[in-house]
Design a protein around this ligand. Structure first.
Ligand code: NAD
Ligand code: UFG
Length: 337
C-alpha cells in the first residue's frame, strides 16, 4: 500500500515525502515537473536512504492518473499539484482554472473509481481574502481576490460536495499560511523559476548575491512597523502537519488552518535573515503591491486540538534553514552555470 503524492517533486511536496519515508510509508509521486525538478526526488532518496516511485505525468490527463492507480495500490492521496503564482493567475486565468480544477476533479474521480477515499488537499490562507478577524479561525468568511484563490475555494467546495455524496470519503482541507524554510540538511528547499514572487526566497537571493536589493512593498500598513505581517511556518512543520492530517482524517470533509499563530513583519524577516546569514540585506521601501493585505495570522487551535499537531519551529530556524539551502545551492536544483 502506498501514499500517492501529487506535486511531490515541488517545494512542500518534497519535504512531505521525506517525512512520509522517514515514517516508513511507501510513496508514489506523480508530477509533471512544470514547476520543479526531478533532482529534488534524487535528494529525497539520498536524505532518507529510501526509494520513492516517480511517475512523470500531467494529472489533467485522466488516463495518466488511472494508469497510476492501476499499477500501484494507493491507500491515500496528498494533493499538492497545482499552479500557485497569484500574479500569473491574474494574467492567465484560464490556465489556472484548467490546471487546478481539472487535475483535482480527475483525482477525485480516479480515487473513487479505484476505491480510495482518503485525501489531504493543499488549500491556502488566501481563501480568507482581507480578514476581518485576527487571528483567523476556520469559520471566518472566505472570498478570493484572484483566480488562484478562486481555484482553491472552488476545489474546497468540490471536495465538500463529493464527500457529501458518499460516506466513504475522508477529506482534510489544509489552509496553509506562509510556508518558508528548508530541510535542515540544506539539500532540498524552495527553487522558484525566475525572480521570486515571495519574500523569503527573494531575501535569500539578495543575501547570496544573486539580486541587488529587496523591495519592501509598503511601510504604511496598519501594523507595528508599517510593513506587512504574515504567519510564516517552517516547511518541515507543515510537512508534519500532513502526516498528522493523514492520521486524523475526518468523516466526510473538514478544514484546518496550518500556521503558527505568530506574526512577523517584512522588516522582521529582513533583520532576522541578516542575523542568521551574516550578510547585509539591502532594501528599499516601494509602493504597496496591489492585492496585498496588512496582516494574515492563523488561529491554529483546531489543528492543535483535532490533529494533535503544532508548528513549533521559530523564525530564526526558518530563516537559518532557508539560508543553508540557499548557500549550498545558489542556483537551486540547477547545475551552476
Ligand atoms: P510547487 O510549485 O513547488 O509544487 C507544485 C508541484 O505541482 C510542482 O512540482 C509542479 O510541477 C506540479 N504540478 C503542477 N501542475 C501539475 C499537473 N497538472 N500535473 C502534475 N503535476 C503538476 O508549489 P508548493 O509551494 O510546493 O505548493 C504546493 C501546493 O500548496 C500547491 O497546491 C499550492 O497552491 C499550495 N500552497 C502553497 C503555498 C506556498 O506559499 N508555497 C501557500 C498555500 C498553498
Ligand atoms: N513582500 C515584500 N517584498 C517582496 C515580496 C513580498 O515586501 O519582494 C511582502 C508582501 O507585501 C507581504 C509579505 O512580504 O507583506 C509576504 O509576501 P509573500 O509574497 O511572501 O506572501 P503572501 O502573503 O503575499 O502570499 C503567500 C503566497 C500565496 C498564499 C499566501 C497564504 O504567495 O499564494 O501566502 O498562504 F496564498
Amino acid at each position: 500500500m502506498s501514499i500517492l503524492v501529487t506535486g511531490g517533486a515541488g517545494y512542500i511536496g518534497s519535504h512531505t515525502v521525506v517525512a512520509l519515508l522517514e515514517r516508513g510509508r511507501d510513496v508514489v509521486v506523480v508530477d509533471d515537473l512544470s514547476n520543479s525538478s526531478e533532482e529534488s526526488l534524487n535528494r529525497v532518496r539520498e536524505l532518507t536512504g529510501r526509494d520513492v516511485t516517480f511517475v512523470k505525468a500531467d494529472i489533467t490527463d485522466r488516463s495518466a492518473l488511472d494508469a497510476v492507480f492501476e499499477s500501484h495500490t494507493i491507500e491515500s492521496v496528498i494533493h499538492f499539484a497545482g499552479l500557485k503564482a497569484v500574479g500569473e493567475s491574474v494574467a492567465e486565468p484560464l490556465r489556472y482554472y484548467q490546471n487546478n480544477l481539472v487535475s483535482s476533479m480527475n483525482l477525485l474521480g480516479a480515487m473513487a473509481d479505484h476505491d480510495c477515499w482518503d485525501l489531504v488537499f493543499s488549500s491556502s490562507a488566501t481563501v480568507y481574502g482581507d480578514p476581518e478577524i485576527l487571528p483567523i479561525p476556520e469559520t471566518a468568511p472566505t472570498g478570493a481576490t484572484n483566480p488562484y484563490g478562486q481555484t482553491k475555494l472552488m476545489i474546497e467546495d468540490i471536495c465538500r460536495d463529493v464527500a457529501a455524496s458518499d460516506p466513504r470519503w475522508r477529506i482534510s482541507l489544509l489552509r496553509y499560511f506562509n510556508p518558508v524554510g528548508a530541510h535542515p540538511s540544506g539539500n532540498i528547499g524552495e527553487d522558484p523559476n525566475g525572480p521570486p514572487n515571495n519574500l523569503v526566497p527573494y531575501v535569500m537571493q539578495v543575501a547570496v548575491g544573486r539580486r541587488d536589493k529587496v523591495s519592501v512593498f509598503g511601510d504604511d500598513y496598519d501594523t507595528a512597523d508599517g510593513t506587512g505581517v504574515r504567519d510564516y511556518i517552517h516547511v518541515v512543520d507543515l510537512a508534519l502537519g500532513h502526516l498528522a492530517a493523514l492520521d486524523h482524517l475526518p468523516k466526510g470533509c473538514d478544514v484546518y488552518n496550518l500556521g503558527t499563530g505568530n506574526g512577523a513583519s517584512v522588516l522582521d524577516i529582513i533583520e532576522t535573515a541578516r542575523d542568521v546569514s551574516g550578510q547585509e540585506i539591502p532594501h528599499e521601501i516601494t509602493d504597496r503591491r496591489p492585492g496585498d493585505i496588512a496582516t494574515s495570522l492563523a488561529d491554529p487551535t483546531k489543528a492543535q486540538t483535532e490533529l494533535e499537531w503544532r508548528a513549533d519551529r521559530g523564525l530564526e530556524l526558518m530563516l537559518s534553514d532557508a539560508w543553508r539551502w540557499q548557500e549550498k545551492n545558489p542556483n537551486g536544483f540547477n547545475e551552476p552555470d
